[in-house]
Design a protein around this ligand. Structure first.
Ligand SMILES: C[S@@+](CC[C@H](N)C(=O)[O-])C[C@H]1O[C@@H](n2cnc3c(N)ncnc32)[C@H](O)[C@@H]1O
Length: 250
């Protein structure tokens, strides 16, 4: 920072979740799928976030978003949860100008980096939110408004005692299902076999969805999914990659 002024972007980290209280006024501790990492915002990311939030940023609100007003068109809206540094999300938005993209990420340096890359690529069909995706899904997304959900390399929480923190749970799919349009998709990818098996089990038990996989499990890695930072890291560690693609058919 050139001066010590606390800016909007610096503050954002403190508002990624809404505090909830029990009836007797105690803070409700919730099981979250993330831990806020301490990575600091670079000056460039901070400036990009401060200067371009008015166009790219959306805030948590207690009424559903009006996508027509936000994107100024009726194109299908694809939601991506946990976009990390956002490079692959911006690439997808650039490659698919007839779709609108909505990215959610709690890691502020990632949000800053994503906005910076979107500005560089002059991408206009993308908006980002810096807030817990669970709350956004619950409060801000109307039924039958999402063309699809992308969840690429979500935190694997490998220890059994942490599995409850994995974002993919039946409850998450139950909350998501009404938000998707008929034939809406769920596309997940992970480099943890055990998480892939868990994702498959959860999605197979969701009766409204059909598996697109010819082998009834995973699909070959699709070319239309750009390489993500965590996927690249997984490659270096010798991990495999599992893609799952389901359609809402009932
Ligand atoms: C392992 S990283 C993967 C990032 C990116 N998709 C990639 O493949 O490089 C998972 C990301 O999900 C984000 N995340 C986890 N739970 C979230 C939630 N409930 N709402 C928003 N973001 C979340 C984390 O902050 C983290 O950046």
């Amino acid at each position: 920072m050139t001066d010590n002024k606390i800016t909007f972007a610096d503050q954002k980290r403190k508002t990624v979740e809404t505090a909830e209280f029990t009836e007797d006024g105690r803070y409700k501790r919730k099981v979250r799928s993330f831990v806020l990492r301490t990575g600091r915002l670079s000056e460039y990311q901070r400036n990009m976030m401060n200067n371009h939030w008015a166009f790219y940023g959306l805030e948590h609100q207690n009424t559903p978003f009006n996508f027509q007003e936000i994107y100024h068109n009726d194109n299908p809206v694809v939601l991506e949860i946990g976009f990390g540094m956002g490079k692959s999300l911006v690439e997808m938005a650039e490659q698919n100008p007839h779709k609108n993209y909505l990215g959610i990420e709690v890691h502020t340096p990632g949000v800053g980096a994503c906005i910076a890359y979107a500005v560089e690529k002059k991408v206009k069909n993308l908006r980002v939110i810096c807030h817990d995706a669970m709350e956004i899904l619950r409060d801000c997304i109307a039924d039958n408004t999402l063309a699809g959900l992308q969840l690429f390399f979500p935190d694997p929480w490998p220890k059994a005692k942490h599995h409850k923190r994995r974002i993919v749970q039946s409850e998450f799919i139950n909350n998501l299902t009404p938000k998707l349009v008929d034939q809406g998709f769920i596309h997940m990818a992970t480099d943890w076999q055990n998480y892939a098996e868990h994702m498959l089990e959860i999605l197979q038990s969701a009766v409204q969805f059909s598996n697109v996989s010819e082998t009834n499990d995973y699909i070959p890695r699709p070319d239309f999914r750009p390489l993500t930072k965590f996927e690249q890291r997984g490659h270096k560690l010798g991990h495999g990659v599992w893609d799952l693609y389901f359609l809402k058919t009932n």
